[in-house]
Write a protein of this length. Structure first.
Length: 376
């Protein structure tokens, strides 16, 4: 069985493909798997690290805002658009896959379109509640269209059949033990734990609101809320300064765990009672798999505001509270956290509802569709 994965741009597109590829490789060691991606994208680092070969293809998206930088980008994107079809056919004819799988990003477009024209079976997977442009276009060509959430169907051609598979979630998230995680992190088993993060770079508005939150709960509920917060790279200097301005000696408060990144997310999420985060598709799938109530602050800097649609899929099922960044304030965040802290029944309800949305065998479901097409 020969499988070509096409993905790129962000971890939300690349990591699901890697998860499915790893699962297939574990079940069928003789499967030949290759990736197609942009040589300048994140995939150029992540794919080889995972032990897979990658065929390169240059693809860029067009930018709508007028600027000199975007004008240069669009000229380059137009050149790549002309050559991408030819390069895609080169890759397909050289590798001769039994099936082609696209998991998002501009790279998926020319690869899956060319595969369909060559009568090679194709699968596309959409991780967001609001489908991206690539998925909406590929629905015309793909043999199978897989969705992470049911809500995505309403934005797509109603005449097609869709398979809801969920998003692949790391096994360490699914099987993490709350008791063991709290022991590792030195958090009391009966205490309240809050986890907050705003992405690897760190969002200024999120850090500002969290600074007010920390100042509030360390004074209003001293020693009763254990708080793990990742500042991100841009917040490393910002958050300490904001806390100092608010009179918080954070380095000498044992219930505060402030760091730049969270490298042990499985343990932190297992230990947490409530999570404050962005609303990337994979983050939400992990919240569901872990069964965690959340306060979601969708990033406004993403295509088609898709994080907002992701977040509302949980909010509409009482699994999360959602606030747009433009409306986020420290006072609002303090009130919402206190509501969960003082009302454990509400916290339990939201946690149960999140767990009820989880699809913990998404990797197996996706792999099954891929293998069935490959074996036809």
């Amino acid at each position: 069985m020969r499988i070509l994965f096409a993905c790129g741009g962000t971890g939300g597109h690349i990591n699901p493909a890697l998860a499915v590829a790893n699962y297939i490789r574990s079940q069928q060691p003789d499967a030949v798997i290759r990736f197609a991606g942009n040589p300048n994208g994140m995939e150029a680092r992540l794919v080889p690290q995972a032990g897979y070969e990658m065929s390169t293809i240059h693809v860029l998206g067009f930018q709508r805002r007028l600027s000199l930088h975007n004008l240069k980008n669009n000229c380059m994107a137009a050149c790549y658009l002309v050559s991408s079809g030819f390069r895609a056919r080169e890759i397909l004819k050289e590798f001769q896959p039994d099936v082609v799988v696209g998991t998002g990003g501009y790279v998926s477009g020319p690869i899956l379109r060319s595969a369909a024209k060559l009568k090679i079976p194709t699968v596309t997977h959409e991780s967001n509640a609001y489908p991206g442009v690539t998925t909406r276009l590929l629905c015309r060509y793909a043999d199978k269209v897989l969705l992470a959430v049911e809500d995505a169907k309403k934005y797509l051609d109603p005449g097609r059949e869709y398979i809801v598979t969920g998003n692949p979630v790391r096994e360490e998230i699914i099987f993490a033990s709350r008791r063991e995680a709290r022991q590792k992190l030195n958090i009391p088993q009966d205490g309240f734990c809050l986890l907050s993060f705003g992405g690897s770079l760190g969002a200024q508005r999120v850090n500002e609101a969290v600074a007010e939150l920390i100042a509030w709960h360390t004074k209003a509920h001293p020693g009763k809320i254990h708080h793990i917060h990742a500042t991100g790279s841009y917040g490393v200097e910002l958050l300490p300064r904001l806390l100092k301005e608010r009179g918080v000696d954070y380095q000498n408060i044992p219930t505060l765990d402030i760091r730049e990144y969270i490298n042990d997310m499985a343990d932190c999420m297992a230990a947490a009672d409530l999570v404050i985060s962005r609303a990337g598709a994979l983050t939400l799938s992990e919240l569901e798999a872990a069964g965690r109530a959340s306060i979601l602050i969708p990033s406004p800097n993403v295509a088609a505001n898709h994080q907002y649609h992701n977040a509302m899929a949980l909010a509409n099922r009482n699994a999360a509270v959602v606030v747009e960044e433009k409306n986020l304030t420290g006072d609002w965040l303090c009130r919402e956290v206190e509501d969960f802290f003082l009302h454990p029944d509400k916290l339990s309800e939201y946690s149960r509802n999140a767990a009820g949305m989880a699809v913990v065998d998404a990797v197996r479901r996706i792999a099954q569709v891929v293998e069935e097409l490959a074996n036809q």
